[in-house]
Design a protein around this ligand. Structure first.
Ligand SMILES: [Zn+2]
Length: 122
């Protein structure tokens, strides 16, 4: 469960950011995070980890808003860009281009992992 370690890193980062700006930990209200679908990070587990770790860091009731960035590919043959969805039936990804059916996808989105914003109570 590497989400717990990631959660600890995010909490540390947010705590030091607040500290740098002289903002009390208790004033933190929300943290917005983007997690790409290609990162193998389970958003629900990350959220759980953040909730566990935020109490220990002295934060009050903080909303962790996790935005999942879709997996995007660009076809290596024709340049067509598309968002890949898992096949609802078998869970497999269809990597072939929807326009020319070439199987040369280049991943252009879905590897994101970032803290986008921090909301402070004022
Ligand atoms: Zn194509």
């Amino acid at each position: 469960m590497h989400e717990m370690g990631l959660a600890a890193n995010i909490i540390d980062m947010v705590a030091s950011e607040l500290d740098k700006r002289g903002i009390a930990a208790g004033r933190l209200r929300a943290v917005k995070i983007t997690v790409g679908k290609m990162t193998q990070i389970v958003a629900e587990s990350l959220k759980f980890g953040l909730e566990v770790k935020s109490g220990a860091a002295g934060f009050g009731s903080v909303d962790f808003i996790i935005n999942e960035a879709p997996l995007k590919v660009k076809c290596g043959a024709c340049g067509f860009e598309s968002v890949l969805e898992r096949n609802a039936g078998c869970g497999e990804l269809n990597m072939a281009c929807a326009r020319c059916f070439a199987n040369q996808p280049r991943i252009t989105g879905g590897r994101e992992f970032s803290v986008d914003s921090i909301d402070i109570d004022d």
